[in-house]
Design a protein around this ligand. Structure first.
Ligand SMILES: Cc1ncc(COP(=O)(O)O)c(C=O)c1O
Length: 443
């Protein structure tokens, strides 16, 4: 299929002009914001089907990071939509729990050896924050440890205060979040030595930038346990991606608590906190006389249509080898991209990071420094050719081998402009401003 040449963003530009007067940031996650995309890009999406999306000007794209990784099966994926509609006709929210809550709880927990209880929520941040609260209550300690290199666990104060974006958060709160070097047992042990008997938990993604072995995973958890802290595994990205249901089951090692979201309901707002009974039960109402812990309590937590989406998604993963399909496409893309990078002699300037289920790129200039200008230029060229690209390919069940072939053809041509930008300066080829980091102190 010939590559597209998209250059009409007229309606997108009108949208961009207006939206910031209505919505601070112009979007409901900063990762979707205008400062994360080149100027020559769609400002908003009208609809999607399978692996494709359409913008306000009618331009069609293959989307590489389906809904920031929340799409695991595909846009408007029929079995999910059908199940959601069936559920909607029965009503969407009641004054007592809906029976579908028990069904979902049993089905999801049956996938997780060693985890006995579950709480639902609408956002990943809600469940990671709840996990931290639970760990603090369980241990009676106040500090939280997280890997310094990992970018995001929650928009709540305990986490976001530990990034550059501290505005509005009292120092007393963010001082309680400590960092260690990811996947480094010595660095974690050192943190426990520096704060003896004060760290409630470690929260970490099970696999981020480096391949993690079960031995290393166990070693890190053992350090936390020896020091009286809980281990929280955040499976937001790895869940239904690295493995079904997630990395900790793949490793065969059970963390105390785990948090889930993104792909587990194919884009619907369904997230979960799971864990061992003795800890989770603190959020219950059965232990008479014990101090009450307000764990997760939200009006929309039991919204039936999202739970129906989660059930349908789970069933699709059980029916089909979705993980096999996704990993196959991820590997095809990784191998193809590596060949193209070598062909254009860009091995020092475009680097492919792990994993087949979440392949990201890093871009460097002639001085080997990360370059936001070159990054934006590359994305501009991919988008122009009909690939909605943010540097990450997160394959889902509706992506096809043809999609990967198309993405790689666009990649090939984009490398030509990237090289020119590398040699002559990206300013010559980029229209508009470079992308900026989401986690930055100043706008
Ligand atoms: C690892 C991780 N944890 C937690 C979150 C927060 O999830 P949400 O955006 O649903 O609040 C994210 C979101 O990107 C994430 O990547």
């Amino acid at each position: 299929m010939p590559l597209k040449n998209i250059n009409n963003f007229q309606k997108s530009n009108e949208y961009r002009k207006k939206i910031h007067d209505l919505i601070p940031g112009g979007a409901h996650t900063y990762s979707k914001g205008d400062d994360q995309f080149p100027q020559l890009s769609p400002a908003a999406i009208t609809h999607g089907k399978g692996s494709h999306v359409w913008d306000l000007d009618g331009n069609e794209y293959i989307e590489c990071l389906g809904g920031l990784g929340s799409i695991s099966l595909g846009h408007a994926y029929e079995p999910v939509v059908k199940r959601v509609i069936e559920e909607l006709w029965k009503g969407n929210n009641f004054s007592r729990p809906s029976v579908i809550e028990m069904e979902m709880a049993e089905r999801f927990l049956s996938l997780l050896p060693g985890h006995d209880m579950i709480k639902f929520a609408k956002n990943g941040s809600t469940v990671t924050t709840a996990a931290v609260k639970l760990a603090r209550a369980y241990t009676g300690r106040k500090y939280v440890a997280r890997p310094a290199e990992h970018p995001f666990y929650s928009y709540d104060d305990w986490f976001i205060g530990s990034t550059e974006v501290k505005s509005g958060i009292p120092e007393e709160i963010y001082k309680l979040t400590l960092t260690f070097k990811a996947d480094d047992p010595d660095s974690l042990q050192q943190l426990f030595n520096n704060y003896p008997n004060q760290i409630a938990c470690v929260i970490s993604e099970p696999e981020k930038y480096n391949p993690v072995t079960p031995e290393l995973f166990k070693q890190l958890i053992d350090i936390a346990h020896r020091n009286g802290a809980l281990w929280i595994t955040d499976e937001m990205i790895t869940g239904y991606r690295s493995y079904f249901p997630g990395s900790f089951v793949k490793f065969g090692i059970t963390p105390d608590l785990a948090t889930w979201g993104k792909g587990i309901a194919n884009g619907f707002s369904f997230c979960a906190l799971t864990g061992k009974k003795e800890i989770m039960e603190l959020g219950g109402i059965r232990q008479k006389g014990k101090e009450k812990l307000f764990l997760i309590s939200t009006t929309h937590g039991g919204e039936t249509c999202s739970i129906a989406a989660a059930l349908a998604t789970l069933e699709e993963f059980q029916k089909h080898n979705v993980i096999g399909h996704n990993h196959h496409l991820g590997k095809l893309y990784m191998q193809g991209a590596q060949i193209l990078i070598e062909k254009h002699q860009l091995t020092h300037y475009i680097k492919i990071l792990q994993f087949p289920w979440h392949v990201s790129l890093a871009y460097f200039d002639l001085n080997n420094q990360p370059s936001w200008g070159l990054r934006t230029l590359f994305h501009q060229e991919m988008i122009k050719r009909g690939v909605l690209f943010q540097g990450i390919f997160c394959p889902h069940f509706s992506h096809t081998e043809e999609d990967v072939e198309y993405i790689l053809n666009a990649f090939d041509e984009s490398c030509v402009i990237f090289r020119k930008g590398l040699e002559d300066g990206w300013e010559k080829y980029l229209i508009g401003e470079p992308i900026q980091p989401v986690f930055r102190k100043y706008i």
